[in-house]
Ligand binder design. Structure first.
Ligand code: PAF
Length: 279
């Protein structure tokens, strides 16, 4: 495994002249956990070469404090990557990725106007900026995205279509802690009390899956929000049941679409997201 900090060096290593059969790419912002490692394992099974990027991308943070407090743990990340199929760790700094400001504005239509897109203006534009830069440098055959960030996965698929890139976007299942909390780098910022109470989030989402015959869609959304907000540590920003392709609100359980309930919650100063599939 090799640590590379410049685009030039990485491009040199990945030059197709070397006869590489396939490149799998796992973009991360570091503070690696088992969720990331599962993506890397899958990439290793399906590709000859695996590239993992570690880069806390400033353009996708609409909250300065969130950016400042985002955990940065390179040494432990590198330890965790040893023994995984990762071949190259790409660890650029901000000047390397943004030698000049990126003024590109992507248009994802309705996909970016709902859920996180509504509450984090500019977030997905920033994600698209950095991911498209990585795709351009690495030219992967497959790129791996965790489904905890469900909207991000849908938007990255749209990005690849818009840019006409021949990259397969591979969805990877949410990996959960023993008490059900979806793994996230942000979990490390929770106090012990917040961490214990955050388990109410998956518990409520899983319970909701069993209540579709008792409540209509809107009632179930309200039930989830009310149940979680009863916990003094938790404050729901949104919970919406949407279809899994266009991310538009579902009004009736009978609609012939795959339904996903997406949630964002504030737990103290930490913002968490999760989701659950209803059928
Ligand atoms: O999901 C993330 O960690 C980030 O949004 C990503 C894809 C690495 C882009 O910065």
């Amino acid at each position: 495994m090799e640590l590379i900090i410049t685009k030039k060096e990485l491009k040199k290593r990945l030059g197709r002249a070397g006869n590489i059969q396939s490149i799998g790419f796992v973009p991360t912002m570091g503070a690696l956990h088992k969720g990331h490692l599962s993506l890397i394992e899958q990439a290793g099974k399906e590709n000859e070469i695996v590239v993992v990027s570690i880069f806390v991308n400033p353009t996708q943070f609409n909250d300065k404090t969130d950016l400042e407090k985002y955990p940065r743990t390179l040494e432990t990340d590198l330890q965790k990557l040893k023994g995984t199929p990762c071949d190259y760790v790409f660890y650029p700094d901000v000047d390397e990725m943004y030698p000049e400001p990126d003024t590109r504005k992507f248009d994802f239509g309705q996909l970016e106007k709902v859920l996180d897109g509504r509450y984090r203006p500019g977030h997905f534009n920033g994600v698209a900026q950095i991911v498209s830069k990585f795709f351009e440098i690495i030219k992967p055959d497959k790129a791996y995205f965790g489904l905890k960030d469900f909207q991000q996965f849908v938007i990255i698929k749209a990005l690849v279509n818009q840019l006409n890139l021949n990259i397969e976007i591979v969805p990877c299942p949410i990996i959960r802690e023993a008490d059900g909390l979806a793994m996230s780098s942000r979990n490390t910022r929770l106090s012990p009390g917040q961490r214990a109470n955050a388990a109410v989030i998956p518990k409520t989402l899983f319970e909701a899956k069993n209540l579709t015959s008792r409540y209509n869609v809107q009632q179930l959304e309200e039930w989830v929000i009310k149940t979680i907000n009863k916990n003094p540590y938790l404050n729901v920003e949104y919970f919406k049941i949407v279809d899994d392709e266009r991310l538009q609100p579902v009004n009736d359980w009978a609609e012939p679409v795959r339904k996903v309930g997406c949630i964002a919650i504030h737990c103290g100063g930490v913002r968490l997201i999760d989701n659950v599939i209803f059928n």
